[in-house]
Design a protein around this ligand. Structure first.
Ligand code: ADP
Ligand code: ASP
Ligand code: MG
Length: 454
């Protein structure tokens, strides 16, 4: 059994969905379980329409009509001249749109939008795309079962970032998905969505369909998890910013995890965890160019390479917080105190560097920051710098190779790019540092040309 996850651009319109159908047809003898995202941009639109309902109900209802037109349009393009085939799915799309209108009206009347309601709005995107996709598969003669992910992926009630409960998911996935796939059906289900034990809609975090694929792959003991997207695979840098970025044929779970965590959004960072636990290869492939071999992510490498650097990722819009103890001594108690405050506000930090009296750390959003700063200032002097960028240079051979650090920081120095913070040693395979946001573009170009010059 294999899991084939298709991202938003891979199901953005009728043409893209036809490509998906052909790809899945080619996977028939491997018992494919298809996990799909919403059509590209739809999750953002749904969240936007929910927020709009609070301020302008008429406008939000208008957005619902745009969504209706887009999905009905895809359906009509897929079934030209087949009104009967179109009709049953069209009726279901209409019913979902009417439900969305009701939801928007109730938000407008109540004047309140909770994370719980947001998840209900967001859940429509994947339900719509999978409804259309499964109809297309059927039309092409496949025996399809459309499984509602909300009956399988049981999660905590941390709305918008719900935590999957594997022990609940495993038996459901085996019964509702595994058995069907083994019996020869093509299973189609939604990424990103889950539900609490009580059946309330949840989502597992933005970009979470990759994670859904990995969760299902893990509980179903899949032989491979395929992530079909709009680029050829994991590249040496984000190809939308560095056009000369090259495809990486193979990388380790550790390398992929560091890259995903530090900004390579081609893979959701949590995806790697279930894959590692069961040692299931993850393959990144391009749904527009399915003949390209893509990137395979494995526990241990099969190909030999001496190159010190595999890839470079960066994350922008970072806040750097420097905390200096006002009571110079007792660093041990100070560290505990500081991290207890971050833990209490459920905030994780990305990069940390410490000295005898101070700690520098980075945050990728300012959620809860005011409250945290209030608490920290009771025990320390705190300095906050905004609009920073984290760079993460990754490679299994990084530490063994000579001169890599000199190459990185020498290039930055020669180009007058100041470095605010360096983290080295926490993981053997990466070097992480922080620069000003205004230097991010230049740094990205510079590092890429330093390690991957044509
Ligand atoms: P999907 O909708 O299929 O989930 P995403 O937009 O989430 O796709 O991820 C694919 C995008 O990730 C690419 O279009 C690319 O711009 C970006 N990306 C960032 N870093 C990298 C990288 N190192 N290699 C490949 N793509 C990357
Ligand atoms: N549709 C969801 C999002 O846009 C999940 C995903 O596409 O991975 O965040
Ligand atoms: Mg994605």
């Amino acid at each position: 059994m294999i899991i084939a996850k298709f991202g938003g651009t891979s199901v953005e319109d009728a043409g893209a969905m036809k490509n998906v159908q052909k790809i899945v047809a080619g996977l028939r003898d491997r018992q494919p379980v298809v996990v799909s995202s919403a059509c590209s941009g739809v999750t953002n639109t749904l969240i936007g329409l929910a927020r709009m309902a609070l301020v302008d109900c008429a406008k939000s209802l208008w957005i619902v009509e745009e969504l209706r037109a887009r999905h009905q349009g895809i359906l009509n393009d897929l079934f030209p001249g087949e009104p009967a085939a179109c009709e049953t799915v069209g009726v279901q799309i209409d019913a979902m749109m009417d439900e969305l209108r009701d939801l928007a009206r109730s938000i407008s009347i109540l004047g309140e939008l909770t994370d719980r309601s947001l998840d209900t709005f967001a859940s429509f995107g994947e339900k719509l795309s999978t409804l259309i996709l499964s109809a297309l598969f059927r039309k092409e003669g496949m025996e399809v079962v459309l499984v509602n992910a909300q009956e399988v992926v049981i999660t905590s009630d941390d709305f918008t970032r719900a935590v999957p409960l594997f022990e609940e998911i495993a038996p459901r996935a085996r019964r509702l998905i595994g058995e069907k796939a083994s019996a020869g059906y093509v299973v189609v289900t939604q990424g990103f969505l889950g539900a609490t034990r009580e059946g309330v809609a949840t989502t597992i975090g933005r970009g979470g369909s990759d994670y859904s694929a990995a969760i299902l792959g893990s509980v179903l003991d899949a032989e491979e998890i395929q992530i079909w997207t709009d680029v050829d695979g994991m590249m040496t840098s984000d190809p939308s910013r560095i056009p000369s970025a090259r495809l990486i044929p193979e990388m380790t779970f550790r390398e992929a995890a560091e890259l995903a965590y530090f900004g390579a959004k081609v893979l959701h960072p949590s995806t790697i965890i279930p894959a590692v636990q069961k040692n299931i290869p993850v393959r990144i492939l391009n749904s527009r160019r399915p003949h390209v071999k893509g990137t395979v992510i494995l526990g241990s490498p099969k190909l030999h390479t001496d190159a010190p650097v595999k890839s470079i990722a960066n994350k922008r819009g970072i806040t750097l917080v420097t905390i200096t103890s006002t009571r110079m001594l007792m660093m041990h108690g100070f560290l505990a105190r500081v991290f207890e405050i971050f833990a209490r506000y459920e905030r994780s930090v990305d990069v940390i560097a410490t000295s005898e009296v101070s700690i520098s750390l980075t945050l990728d959003s300012e959620d809860g920051l005011d409250e945290i700063l209030g608490e920290l200032r009771k025990v320390a002097d705190v300095e906050v710098e905004r609009d920073k960028a984290i760079f993460c240079v990754v490679g299994e051979n990084l530490r063994r190779s000579k001169g890599t650090l000199t190459a990185i920081f020498g290039a930055l120095e020669r180009n007058d790019i100041p470095v605010s913070m360096i983290s080295l040693g926490a993981s053997e395979i990466n070097v992480t540092f922080v620069v000003n946001g205004s230097d991010a573009e230049k740094t990205a170009q510079l590092l890429h040309s330093t390690f991957f010059s044509p």
